[in-house]
Structure formats: C-alpha cells, structure tokens
Design a protein around this ligand. Structure first.
Ligand code: AHR
Length: 504
C-alpha cells in the first residue's frame, strides 16, 4: 500500500465550472444518427423516429452543448441539403467516411432531438469545401427571426422561432491533411478571419471557435495556433483543441498517464494564445473549446472504413469501440484535466455520443446500454458544481515511457458555496498496489460524505456489451472522516468521485 495526501481548500479556486465543460458531439458518421439516436422502426421510437431509450440515457449522461454535424463530415457538407421537404432532400456521398448521407435527419430534426434531451446546439460551418457566404447564409437561416429570404425559408420549413445558435465552429481540423479542403495556417487564418467578421456583421452576439490543431502530435502544432490566432485574435472567442488517447502496444502505464499529456496540451495552447495576445498589447483572453476528446483506438479505423467506388453504405458500423474499465479510468482522468483548467477551458465536447466512440451503444431493433465511460461523465456532470479548486497533492510517482515521471494520483475538487456542497474526483494510475488517500477537507468546515462512486474492476479489461450490458457499474466505497481528514483506499487503476455536504 502506498499513500497520498490531498488538501481541499476553496481559496485555491481555479475558475467557475461552466456547464459547457460537459458538452457532447454528434457527427453524421457510422451509426451515430441513423440506427443510433434515430431509428423510426424501433419499438422505442417516438412519433419523430427518435429512440426514447437513447433520449433517456443522454439525459442521464447530463450533456450540455452538443457540437454538430461534424467532424470531418462537415467539410463536405451542404447545409441546404438537410432542410426542407424530406422527400426532396438529396442523397449525398460523404467523402470523409465513405458513406451515403440520406439527409433524413437535418437541422430541424436534430434540433427537435436536442429539445428532447435538454441540450443546446453548437454548429460547425464548412470551411473545407465551402466558404464565408455559405456560413453567413446558414447563420441567417438559423438565427434571424424573420423578414429575409433565408429566415423566411426556415419559417416555411416549419420553424417560426430562430434556432438561436450561440456557439459556432469555423470549420473542423483544418490542419489535418485528411480534411477535405485542408489548408495552411496562413490560408485558413485569413479565411476564418473573413468568415468570422462576416458572421459577426450579421449577429454580433454569437461566440466563435477557430480551429486549433487536431492534436498535440501534429507537426504544425504550436505554430498553427500562433499563425491562426495572429489572423483571428480579435475575431474569435475560443480556439479548439482535439485529443484522443489509446493504449499503444500494451503500454498501460503511459496510457494511464494520458491526462498529463492533456494538461501539457492545454497549457501549451494557452501559452501560445497569450503570447499572441501579449504581442498585440491585447487584454483579451482566448478560451479553449476542447471540442473533441476521448479514448479512441484510432488505429482500428482503416480496417473497417469502406473504400471501393461502388461501396457507399448508409450508416455502416464505424468506430464502434468497446470501452474497458481501464479506458474509463483514463477517461475519468481526462475529465479531471479539463476541470483543472476550468479557468481557460470554456467549453468541451466529448467525442462522440451514440455508437461512434461513444458512452452509449445501441443495437438496431434491440437495447441501448451504457459503456464504462458513461459513468465518470455522468457522475462528474452531476456533481461538479460551483467552482473548480486546485488540490495541492503529495503522491508517489510512476515512470512512463511516453510522458516521463508522473504522479500516481491526480485530483481536482469543486466547491459550490451556495448549495453548501463539494465534490472530489481522484484517479489512481498505479497498476500494482492500492493507495491510501488522505484528503484534508478541514477548510470546508463541518461536512459529511453524501455519495461515493468507485470505478474499478479486478479485471481492468472488463466492459459492458450487448451480451452483458450491466457487467461494469461504479460502486459505493467505504470512507472515514476523522478531524477533517477524509480517508479512502483506492485499488490499482481506479477513479473515484466523492460528494460532500456542509453540516455546520
Ligand atoms: O471524432 C471522429 C473524428 O475525429 C472527427 O470527425 C474528426 O474531427 C476527428 O479527426
């Protein structure tokens, strides 16, 4: 048994916990929309074709803002195809995922679904194969109340009130050579700046996200952010970060330390943005929209993606990763990293939501179930309230091949003064021994433990599947609270959430 000590002191506040940290992402990809959230022939389908069981799970997950409709998909997308009479909507070839897009679900239908799940819309515009005019047109269609050709078209299509979309992404992963319309930082920066200015001329109240790098491993990382922000600093509110982690070649030690990489990634983007701001003499601070993050076994994609000229399936099974307990513990540590940067990460979107690298899986005509990653997200989204608080920590260290020497334990807390509640989230990355964690909560005053949730399994490879959908569940864990010290023992490869309530 090793030992770690944490201190929760509300004076070490990082920043407010924005609900937007618990956002999601729905891309027209594989069985995400079709045969995922939408399956009109399913016994659980509502009158619009949306699965009620999926709606219930998304609500339970607690997802705030949902980014839509891509992803790589958006860079070939013509938004006009997805509105108006369904019978007249064209079937299009989606080059990103080599699939057929039927456009049966479009902006109006997706917006109805969002109302059912209680989430807000975050829209991405196509700056890959399209440009400023199409982005402005979509904004007019979505946000202008009436009195213009495109707003009238929306009204004629059955939606009197504007969609009033608050957050807009200026393209997707434009640094990636795989992206349709991929371009240099200089070209993209100029296009993004022109487009942002045009969109703001139409609606100055919207928030704009410019594309950062699609990963810290990109050869242009850092320089891309600098150049793009030099063009767009005054035009945008946020810059995006994307990161996916997986276990490489059985190196579980490094995989468990993925959040260290996420910490460094966020801090590098913040430093670059602040450098651009400083050089301009600007007091404005650019936020981060971490609008794609997850565990993703990306190496497996090429094996399943169709490529033949006559092979354009509708809703093929793509990116249907099955997540283990180990994956979910890493996933939980990524949530800790996001909360630890609540001062600069203004928004985050778990990529993705249903069937596609998702916390929720469905079987056509069959059940919907929670993957292991569902639990840390749902628990964090529900318990992380008020402001995030940095925890000074003393912990043993681990040596990893990818990220060097890292603390075996990482943690963050949230404190909600008004509600008189607090929550502590802790990950144990060690693979061998349990760790005894003492958490000094005396600065919170008199408190009691309300909820405990431990995510761990003696088999870190355990997963929830169609055959065994309830195999993994978090369980309650024993804690001891004596003289302001909250003690809990964490087994190897474990993530835990504790919620506290003031009693005095
Ligand atoms: O989330 C899957 C894909 O990952 C998205 O389409 C793309 O933006 C990223 O590369």
């Amino acid at each position: 048994m090793t030992a770690a000590r944490l201190t929760v002191d509300p004076r070490f506040a990082i920043g407010p916990v924005s609900r937007r940290l618990f956002g999601g992402f729905v891309e027209h990809l594989g069985r995400h929309v079709y045969d995922g959230l939408y399956e009109p022939d399913h016994p659980e389908a509502d009158e619009r074709g949306f699965r009620r069981d999926v709606i219930a799970l998304v609500r339970e997950l607690g997802v705030s803002t949902i980014r839509y409709p891509g992803g790589n998909f958006v860079s070939g997308f013509r938004w006009e195809d997805s509105v108006g009479s369904r019978a007249e909507r064209p079937r299009r070839l989606d080059l990103a995922w080599h699939s057929t897009e039927t456009n049966e679900v479009g902006l109006h239908e997706f917006s109805d679904w969002l109302e059912a799940v209680g989430s807000d819309l975050m829209l991405a515009v196509n700056l890959g194969t399209r440009g400023t005019l199409e982005a402005i047109d979509l904004l007019e269609y979505a946000n202008v109340p009436g009195g213009s050709a495109l707003s009238q078209q929306r009204i004629d299509n059955g939606r009197a009130a504007p969609f009033d979309v608050r957050v807009w992404c200026l393209g997707n992963e434009m640094d990636g050579p795989w992206q349709l319309g991929h371009r240099s930082a200089d070209d993209y920066g100029k296009l993004a700046s022109r487009t942002a200015k045009g969109m703001r001329q139409l609606d100055p109240t919207i928030e704009l996200v410019v594309c950062g790098s699609s990963g810290a491993q990109m050869p242009t990382f850092g320089e891309w952010e600098r150049v793009v922000l030099e063009h767009t600093y005054d035009d945008v509110d946020m810059i995006s970060c994307h990161a996916y982690y997986q276990e490489h070649d059985g190196d579980a030690e490094s995989f468990l330390a993925s959040a260290v990489d996420m910490d460094r990634f966020i801090e590098a983007v913040v430093a670059t943005a602040d450098h651009v701001g400083a050089a301009r003499g600007s007091t404005k601070r650019i936020g981060i929209s971490f609008d794609e993050w997850n565990v993703w076994y990306i190496d497996r994609v090429d094996a399943v993606k169709p490529t033949a000229i006559d092979d354009w399936p509708v809703a093929p099974r793509l990116l249907e990763d099955v997540y283990s307990v180990l994956d979910a513990v890493v996933f939980g540590s990524l949530l800790i990293s996001l909360l630890k940067h609540a001062d600069r990460v203004a928004s985050a979107s778990l990529a993705q939501l249903v069937n596609v690298i998702a916390p929720i899986m469905t079987e056509p005509g069959g059940p919907a179930w929670r993957q292991t990653t569902f639990f840390p997200f749902a628990i964090c989204s529900r318990l992380a309230r008020g402001r995030a608080v940095r925890l000074p920590l003393e912990a043993p260290t681990l040596d990893t091949a990818r990220y060097g020497t890292v603390p075996a334990v990482d943690a963050v807390a949230t404190v909600d003064d008004e509600a008189g509640t607090a929550a502590v989230f802790v990950v144990h990355r060690g693979l061998e021994h349990p760790v005894a964690v003492d958490i000094d909560v005396s600065a919170l005053g008199e408190v009691e433990v309300v909820e405990t949730h431990l995510l761990h399994d003696d088999d870190p490879g355990a997963a929830n599947t169609l055959d065994e959908p309830e195999r993994v569940r978090p369980r309650a864990v024993e804690t001891r609270l004596v003289n302001g010290i909250l003690s809990v023992s964490l087994p190897p490869v474990a993530w835990i959430a504790l919620s506290l309530r003031r009693t005095g």
